[in-house]
Ligand binder design. Structure first.
Ligand SMILES: *[C@@H]1O[C@H](CO)[C@@H](O)[C@H](O)[C@H]1NC(C)=O
Ligand SMILES: *[C@@H]1O[C@H](CO)[C@@H](O)[C@H](O)[C@H]1NC(C)=O
Ligand SMILES: *[C@@H]1O[C@H](CO)[C@@H](O)[C@H](O)[C@H]1NC(C)=O
Ligand SMILES: *[C@@H]1O[C@H](CO)[C@@H](O)[C@H](O)[C@H]1NC(C)=O
Ligand SMILES: *[C@@H]1O[C@H](CO)[C@@H](O)[C@H](O)[C@H]1NC(C)=O
Ligand SMILES: *[C@@H]1O[C@H](CO)[C@@H](O)[C@H](O)[C@H]1NC(C)=O
Ligand SMILES: *[C@@H]1O[C@H](CO)[C@@H](O)[C@H](O)[C@H]1NC(C)=O
Ligand SMILES: *[C@@H]1O[C@H](CO)[C@@H](O)[C@H](O)[C@H]1NC(C)=O
Length: 902
């Protein structure tokens, strides 16, 4: 009875699987490398040419006696040669099988050797001198849509060559049992044996996953009787996740005596191995045995029950040969199939921030640097070096970069940055965050000023600034760099005294070729011959930035009177006495200055501390530091934006910002409640908005559950555009926001949107309407490419960034993503052609079917024109606003007609 049950169960199961296997080769990809025709082989598998999957290499055919086969070979030795394989719809694991054939196709009788990689892992080395053809099989844990399979030439190895490449999805959950963290392990097949079978290999369609099971006669011990083939229907196979084919389980190698059955497997690499043994009860008895790997007991009491199938999963670390012994405890030992894999670690990928930043940098060079896939693994990109999947060195010397863009600041792990001879102009900027930077080479550029606080680069050892156009004095903050041992400022236009903080034994300062630069000002007795320096900035004397005070005082006085000896005198006295000034005088003075600006409410640091409950709850991260939730004495909630010491603006810029912000009042702009400026603190207090940011709503944890409807999105866009329109056209002076992005658009309880974070704003006066700015600020993905290349800052840069926000509202995805294919990496480049063609399949899934097509068309058109590369072709924000208002009202009347609630 039991036998009958299992019979029917298995019949249904196996015939079910059989049908699936037979009808469709789901997810199979079979590439004939260098082939030109599609064909179906004797296993009923369809093959196609590989040309759609690779864009490099030459094709040829062998002149073999059997008529010749097509091959692809790679005659130039540079870089990796990669196939991009789509593994969409594959649940967890794919088998990748590659065949390499030489067969003297080039008539040189020099079989090549080369290595191959999958994703970030170097998988193995192929040596066609030892085997030709050569087959490799890998099991890859899928975690993305695409997988790259690459060939790498090795020195004196000849041209890499490939014959075929196959991708076969494997059963869900297979080849994981008994192994830790499969997700970062690649399995390379050593053996897959159909035990007891002596007549060739078996594969698709018997194995619906198209694994190739080889006969075992080459490995089976001589003293063993021949294979046993007993047709029994097996019942419990579904519990084996690998789903070995029934045809394989139906035969076994069975030892005729009650003794030990041993397989000997030579291994070609010393390493870690994963072993799977399959047993099926195809005999009327149930043998019990122990399993030994290289003489050690791995399983002591395993029983194969009649009509049941089971598997054992074993791993062995650091072995260079393998024997598997099955030793009888009762009845005759047997085994039905076995698989042996080498375990290869997959290096982790570089962080997506790093990859995004590097992609943007590549774009800004205007060159194709061949940067694809992962920057560090399997081999680092050109111009880059890595340590443990982290980019630690970047060398872009002799390219045209023009400025140090903010994206450099995202490469947080850099130890070496070489930007010499890259046409850099303006300020040294955007590098403050590189706390690990040890060597910075900015020599042979046209940099004019020490912009940001170099004192932040705490690990810096070598700073090379020679042959630039640096003006003014050398900032004192460089002296704070304890590890600095070489500072080269030769051949600049620097002058004045070198800060005494640099006068130390551990530091070599090279300063020749400047206007007048030394540790002693007294040697500079010809100051009058120096050209005047123009630095149009408000001057406030501060304690922290004594160097700035020193820098500016002479200019002001010089402008006023031009009495040079006074300049010298004052400079000296400031230099000598500035350190002695007490904190108290400074604070009192700063506070007075600020009251005079007629700004919003002035808070004391104590009040701020109380309001934020000692800076307890972080609600966001602004461009300069954390933002805390605060509650004022009157119960009003506020957002408190704190700048930490290291990221502080000069007092002058801070005052500018406070002054500017307190003048601005508009319903679509977040308003400033007050500020605090005490000793080392620079704190801005804003009104608090309960609805969070647009970014939270689009991408936050609840964004899928409560997704914004199209009409809501349009309303938000209209609100934000109103806010920007006020900045551009309504306020005096006009203001360019410079960092428009979803996380800078906040929502109140009623979902009204307000634009925030004017910290980086730039006032536009009539005179500098076409101001050339040297400080590029902003966020990767939103940056106007023209601003990048021309440094011409206009309102159109905000329009570009706002266009990106509109694209996000339409597509529901972030401006830069590191998943998917490289084509979809950049939102603007990806979405533009679709939207221009009115192809709305890229519209966010959650609003599909609920938008009016006209409304979408209008919004898409205005979004696309806002992100035009050529700024003059972009609409003004006022025009954008007008279009969005129309799109909004179209959508409203559509909803009125069709009754969708929003
Ligand atoms: C199950 O076994 C019977 C013979 O016992 C055979 O006729 C039948 O084809 C088998 N079913 C399968 C799916 O192999
Ligand atoms: C080959 O597969 C197709 C379906 O993909 C099927 O219709 C055909 O019968 C198969 N032929 C052979 C010989 O198995
Ligand atoms: C490879 O192809 C290129 C152009 O397709 C050709 O110039 C070159 O000579 C070829 N190299 C070899 C070794 O055949
Ligand atoms: C992936 O699966 C979905 C549904 O499961 C199907 O609509 C789509 O066509 C599949 N894509 C590919 C490339 O097979
Ligand atoms: C091996 O298989 C072939 C056909 O696949 C068959 O003709 C031959 O007899 C088989 N040999 C043995 C020893 O079973
Ligand atoms: C199996 O390997 C172990 C350890 O390497 C060795 O001691 C033993 O002799 C081997 N057995 C056979 C049968 O080769
Ligand atoms: C092996 O299993 C049998 C029953 O399954 C049990 O009686 C026996 O004690 C076990 N032996 C060892 C060594 O675990
Ligand atoms: C700077 O780079 C250019 C090429 O972009 C090169 O011709 C020139 O020699 C380089 N100069 C220095 C000083 O390295």
């Amino acid at each position: 009875m039991a036998l009958l049950n299992s019979f029917w169960l298995s019949f249904i199961l196996f015939s079910g699987l059989w049908l699936v296997a037979f009808c469709d080769q789901d997810g199979f990809l079979s590439l004939s490398c260098g082939g030109t025709k599609s064909y179906i082989d004797s296993f009923n598998i369809s093959w196609v040419s590989d040309s759609a999957y690779i864009n490099t290499g030459n094709t040829t055919t062998t002149t073999d006696n059997v008529g010749g086969v097509s091959l692809r070979f790679f005659p130039d030795f540079q870089g990796r040669k990669c196939y991009g394989l789509s593994v969409k719809n594959v649940s967890s694991l794919v088998l990748v099988r590659a065949q390499f054939v030489y067969k003297n196709y080039d008539g040189l009788s020099k079989p090549p050797s080369f290595s191959v990689s999958l994703g970030t892992a170097i998988a193995t080395t192929i040596d066609l001198a030892t085997n030709d053809p050569w087959t490799e099989e890998f099991l890859w844990p899928v975690d993305k849509d695409a997988l790259s399979f690459c060939l790498h030439s090795i020195p004196d190895g000849g041209f890499p060559v490939i014959y075929s490449l196959e991708v076969r999805p494997q059963p869900q959950g297979a080849y994981q049992t008994g192994m830790e963290k499969i997700s970062n392990k690649l399995l390379r097949k050593s053996y897959r044996i159909n035990s007891g079978y002596v007549n060739g290999s078996l594969r698709y369609p018997q194995d619906m996953y198209d694994r190739i099971w080889d006969a075992d006669e080459d490995y089976a011990p001589l003293h063993v009787s021949s294979g046993f083939n007993f047709l029994v229907n097996l019942s419990s196979s579904p519990s084996i996740r690998e789903s070995p084919p029934e045809a394989v389980l139906q035969n076994a190698r069975v030892l005729a005596r009650r003794d030990a059955l041993t397989y000997n497997f030579p291994l070609d690499t010393f390493g870690d191995y994963y072993i799977v043994l399959y047993f099926a009860g195809i005999l009327p008895v149930s043998p019990t045995f122990s399993v030994l790997i290289n003489g050690d007991v791995a399983e002591s009491n395993y029983t194969v029950r009649s009509s049941e199938a089971g598997a054992l999963y074993l791993t062995r670390k650091g072995i260079k040969s393998l024997n598997i012994t099955i030793k009888s405890i009762s009845f005759n030992p047997q085994v039905n199939a076995l698989e042996v894999y080498e375990i290869i670690e997959i290096p982790s990928e570089a962080s997506s921030t790093t990859v995004s930043a590097l992609q943007v940098i590549q774009q800004s060079t205007g060159l194709d640097l061949g940067w694809q896939d992962d920057p560090c693994s399997p081999t680092p990109w050109d111009h880059i070096r890595c340590e443990e999947s982290v980019v630690t060195s970047l060398d872009l010397s002799n390219m045209k970069l023009r400025l140090i863009s903010p994206t450099f600041g995202d490469l947080l792990d850099l130890k070496t940055l070489d930007l010499h001879n890259t046409s850099l102009t303006g300020e040294i900027q955007n590098l403050d965050s590189l706390q690990h930077l040890e060597k910075l080479n900015l020599s042979f550029n046209q940099l004019t000023s020490f912009g940001s606080d170099m004192g932040n680069l705490v690990s810096l050892q070598v700073l090379d600034l020679q042959n630039n156009s640096l003006e003014g004095i050398v900032p004192d903050s460089l002296g704070e760099l304890e590890n600095l041992h070489l500072l080269n400022v030769e051949n600049n236009k620097l002058q004045g005294a070198l800060p005494q903080s640099l006068n130390k034994e551990s530091l070599e300062v090279r300063a020749s070729g400047n206007l007048c630069l030394s540790f002693s000002t007294m040697t500079c007795n010809d100051v009058s011959s120096n050209p005047s320096i123009e630095t149009p900035q408000v001057t406030i004397v501060t304690k922290k930035k004594h160097t700035r005070a020193y820098n500016h005082l002479p200019i002001i006085l010089g402008a006023a009177g031009g009495a040079l000896f006074v300049v010298l005198l004052i400079s000296l006295s400031v230099f000598l006495f500035v350190r002695k000034r007490t904190e108290v005088t400074h604070t009192a003075r700063a506070a007075t200055e600020m009251r005079n600006w007629n700004a919003a409410r002035v808070f004391s640091y104590k009040e701020i501390k109380a309001a934020t409950n000692n800076f307890k709850e972080v609600i966001g991260r602004g461009s300069f530091g954390p933002v805390y939730l605060g509650k004022l004495a009157d119960g009003k909630l506020v957002a408190v934006k704190v700048r930490f010491d290291r990221t502080q603006l000069g007092a002058d810029s801070f005052i500018n910002e406070v002054c500017l912000l307190s003048q601005i009042h508009h319903q679509n702009l977040v308003s400033l409640e007050g500020f605090c400026h005490e000793s080392k603190q620079q704190i801005l207090v804003y009104e608090y908005l309960h609805g969070g940011s647009l970014a939270d709503h689009l991408y936050g944890p609840n964004s899928k559950k409560f997704s914004l409807s199209w009409v809501r999105r349009l309303k938000i866009a209209v609100d934000a555009a109103k806010g920007l329109d006020y900045l551009h056209n309504g306020s005096e002076p006009r203001i360019i926001h410079r960092d428009v992005k979803c996380s800078n658009i906040l929502l109140d309880r009623d979902m009204n949107a307000k634009v925030c974070d004017f910290g980086l704003s730039k006032q536009v006066t009539q005179a500098d309407a076409t101001h050339v700015t040297t400080v590029v600020k902003g966020t990767a993905g939103y940056l106007d490419p023209e601003y990048y290349s021309t440094q011409q800052l206009t309102e159109k840069s905000d329009v570009y960034s706002f266009g990106v926000v509109l694209l996000e509202l339409i597509c529901g995805r972030e401006p830069l993503s590191h998943s998917g294919t490289p084509d979809s990496f950049n939102l603007v480049l990806w979405a533009k052609p679709y939207l221009q063609a009115g192809a709305f399949e890229i519209v966010d899934e959650s609003i599909k079917g609920s938008f009016d097509v006209e409304s979408m068309k209008k919004s898409a058109m205005v979004a696309v024109s806002s992100v035009e590369r050529d700024a003059s072709k972009r609409p003004s924000i006022a025009e954008v606003l007008a279009e969005l208002k129309e799109a909004y009202s179209i959508q409203l009347s559509y909803l009125a007609c069709y009754g969708h609630a929003s």
